[in-house]
Design a protein around this ligand. Sequence first.
Ligand code: M6R
Length: 611
Amino acid sequence: MCGIIGISALPGSLPEPLGRVIRRCLERLEYRGYDSAGIAVVNGEALIVRKGKGKISELAVKLKFDLLDGVSGIGHTRWATHGKPSDSNAHPHLDCLEKIAVVHNGIISNYLELKQRLEAQGHTFRSETDTEVIAHLVEEYVRQGLDLLDAFRKAVCELDGTYAIAMISVLDPCKVYFARKTSPLIVGLCSGFNIVASDIPALLEYTSSVIVLHDGELGYITPTEVYIERDGVPVSWRDRVRTITWSLEMATKGGYPHFMLKEIHEQPLALTNTLTGLDLDTVRSVCRLLDRTDRVFITGAGTSYHAGLVGEYLLTELCGLDAHTFIASEYRKYMNIADENSVLIAISQSGETIDTLMAVRSLRKTGCKVIAISNVIDSTIPRESDHVVYTRAGPEIGVAATKTFTTQILTLTVIALELARMRERLSSTEYSKLLTSLKEIPRLVEQILRIHEIKAKVLARYIKDRQNMYYLGRGLGVPIAMEGALKLKEIAYIHAEAYPAGESKHGPIALVESGFPVVFVVLDDYYVDSTVSNIMEMRARDAYVITLCPVKYAQKLSRLSDFLFELPNIDYRLAPIPYIIPLQLLAYYTSVMRGLDPDKPRNLAKTVTVE
Ligand code: M6R
């Protein structure tokens, strides 16, 4: 939520004027929020600020971001928490004398108390945001005689809550000050300039060398220097420099109209890279840990939670583990039953989702070991876990998770297969057969994309005018139904609910009337007959039945369906990955046909770093 950027540059070192570079970096962070945006630069004696409500592309034209120049600058793209989206609430925020400008991602939970104190000291506030207190606090300590670094440090010490902060000032023109607690922040090392940013895509055009800042660290960058401290003590960072392997092209649309469509199409490659790039030593240590455990908890939010549900099913069925998945923000009750004999698998593409992080921190306190599955190297959740298995999906910019979902499932499937073999619950023939089929999945996904994209487009014409929809499945079809419904809801704004198909007759069916779309995900032989009964019940109420099923059931189910996706015959335990693809495409095309921007759904942000 919210993307921040700060750049300190020697004159002539940037390929373009500072304002333009900051604007381009902000565009790559816009997936983190797009309620408002703004840039501030220090140019000579002046602090110049341009900001407003709206998307970066519109504001860049209106406010002429690209013409701004200077030696240091900061930028912000906002997902509103405190104060509605408006010009005055847009960041950067200033002190009274307009010498200090601050951008912030996170929530300052004690801002009201700080604001009251500062107002009593004579400070005047111009916004409803929590962020503005930071600028006034620093101003206050400078007024009391501290230099800028001491004032910044003292101000940061007073903040409760979460923050990634970048600050510039005419009092020290070349420096960009920064601080981090919980909200992500990285430093990009460049030649003649340095950058701080919320996330890697912002930097890819300029550098692949980054330092991931840790909680509690603060410091500053100049064009040639990086200073980091913790608890007032300088931190040596040289051995923390990481080389990012993501390319700039990965973070651009590459000819597709939207990131989401590009990312859907990248799945064959993302799956192949994840499978071939898995660190098998880590997978085996994870399996050994799971093998010794009494109980496995799995957690995540949104799409990652749905991947967790698939993982639960596989670990239970293939490995005989006592596994239970919970929504990350509901971690509290699990603190009572987790202990040193349990293991938590925390799934998060970004590695920064606060709900998942809180679950990790809380369960760890019980002695429970944590295995993270994440797409972002060195992000907070992996760093705070005992083991990490990385997916290799590449950067995912579209707010709707697609390729990270399928790579998370792939990773969980590999773990489940390895553990099942270790526990001798799969014979080596069965294991080899499943592994061979798993390796075939990228090709199957490619085939589904080729055959079913056009069908999804046709179906979207019908769906775009509906207001409600059900997604039903049984067994492993349930999380796929849930994920399909979430995709449609979040990018097409159509109310979509998912249920285990058997549950539909215990209430949900009351809403069904002529033409009501109901998607059935059929992927397991065991459930075909019972699902057919549910389809018949829906048909009897004139529902519009959409079925996803293996080719082998196509004949049987085509008679009962208004629309059919015939999908490859594959062992049902491996089916979740290929079976979600048509539902991702359906959501995408429905969104586009409704005139929406699937990459930037309203009220959402890619990485949710507030509770
Ligand atoms: O980065 P994470 O995987 O932790 O993110 C979790 C959710 O916020 C995320 O999956 C969200 O639900 C997506 N918008 C779904 O498409």
